[in-house]
Ligand binder design. Structure first.
Ligand SMILES: *Cc1c(COP(=O)(O)O)cnc(C)c1O
Length: 375
């Protein structure tokens, strides 16, 4: 998609905020633990390469991504740190996996059997690094029982030494809840499965942001730090974080057209909004193709220090807002962030859309330029 650099709609990324969030978490970890910054989905929309650079400065010693292509992007940008692909990677991509020295998640015995075969056929010299996923209750990927782990290890030990069991991990599904019972169930299941692994791998990891902020790390030595690194509370507003999370992303645009509309005129597709009085209506060049979700109809933006309602349906590339008075064309419109002492939070937007901040930040499209600021 073309990046619209000649339009004033843009995402502004505060580099210091990202640094702060990662560095604060880094300080809470003990010396032997590592922080891998999760930069999947283009670093949750913040720009993977840029965020990886900041994370490294702030103390991250590795990265997690969702898919192999994201890992390769980081390698091509020059990162030499460990990179773990959290999703499952087709074993037939083993050439790329070894060429770029990427660590991959494994969830079955078949994968290592096939990999072993391919390693022999291709005469690989370098080790393939794998992290074994344990499904302790998330129900997504991973071995499900101690019995399966035992079989996996049995198979693994029979193989040539070109597969390196670099890590073992699990993922908690309720770490952002104020009820810890399911968390504890998963933790116990994790310990039970870990008992079947005789040699502790280099990395044992269990924590996403929520787990790392609010739970004991159950003997692990690496965390997979995602949403909190970008400054968003994984629990929404439910649980207070142990340090201040500074939101990294703002979104602004500008008024490109301002007009006085008589009472009783309709605005936008479907004519769903009708002016109640004579009203000042502003048009803003941003829409759902940029990631402004249609559910945000009726929500506010900030213009000249005033909350202004988004009126009528949000179009693909434009939307309309009701202004308190005639505000001059070219004035900044703040969707997320501060405007003359008032602010709109990413969390407010997520709440209004009945979703989580992860889904909002990932939803901003490539058309919006990402502008990095470090003051
Ligand atoms: C995405 C992901 C994370 C990061 O989660 P946050 O809630 O953003 O911290 C950690 N671990 C796994 C397995 C993931 O898929």
């Amino acid at each position: 998609m073309t990046i619209a650099i000649n339009r004033k709609s843009q995402l502004i990324i505060n580099e210091n905020a990202v640094y702060h969030n990662i560095n604060q978490e880094r300080k809470l970890l003990d010396k032997d633990s590592e922080l891998f910054m999760v930069v999947k989905a283009n670093a949750y929309g913040h720009g993977a390469v840029k965020i990886a650079e900041i994370a490294k400065r702030a103390g991250a010693t590795g990265f997690c991504v969702a898919v192999l292509d994201e890992a390769i992007e980081l390698r091509k940008a020059g990162f030499i740190e460990p990179i773990l692909v959290l999703g499952l990677t087709d074993v037939n991509l083993i050439n790329l996996i070894q060429k770029y020295d990427i660590s991959v998640t494994v969830s079955s015995i078949d994968w290592i059997k096939e990999a072993n075969q391919l390693i022999k056929e291709n005469n690989f010299k370098n080790k393939i690094k794998i992290h074994l996923a344990l499904d302790t209750g998330m129900g997504r990927i991973g071995l499900q029982s101690a019995e399966e782990v035992k079989k996996f290890i049995g198979q693994f030990e029979k193989m040539n030494k070109l597969i390196d069991l670099e890590g073992v991990f699990t993922h908690f599904s309720t770490a952002d809840s104020d009820d810890s019972s399911y968390f504890e169930y998963q933790r116990d299941h994790f310990f039970e499965m870990m008992n079947e692994i005789p040699n502790r791998p280099k990395y044992v990891h269990v924590a996403n942001s929520a787990t790392s902020l609010w739970h004991d790390l159950t003997g692990s030595n690496m965390i997979r730090f995602g949403i909190a690194g970008y400054g968003y509370n994984p629990s929404g507003n439910l649980i207070e974080p142990p340090f201040e999370l500074k939101p990294a992303m703002s979104l602004i645009s500008e008024l490109v057209y301002v007009k006085k509309v008589p009472e009783g005129k309709s605005i936008g597709y479907g004519a769903t909004y009708t002016t109640k009085n004579e009203e000042w209506i502003g048009t803003v060049p941003i829409g759902y193709a940029d990631g402004i979700r249609r559910e945000l109809k009726g929500f506010n933006v900030l213009v000249d220090g005033h909350y202004c309602e988004i009126v009528g349906r949000i179009c693909m590339d434009q939307l309309m807002i009701r202004l308190p008075y005639d505000i001059i064309k070219g004035t900044t419109v703040t969707f997320i962030g501060e405007n003359q002492g008032k602010s709109i939070l990413m969390q407010d937007v997520a709440d209004y859309c009945q979703t989580i901040t992860h889904a909002i930040v990932c939803g901003f499209s490539e058309r919006l330029p990402r502008i990095y600021q470090s003051n």
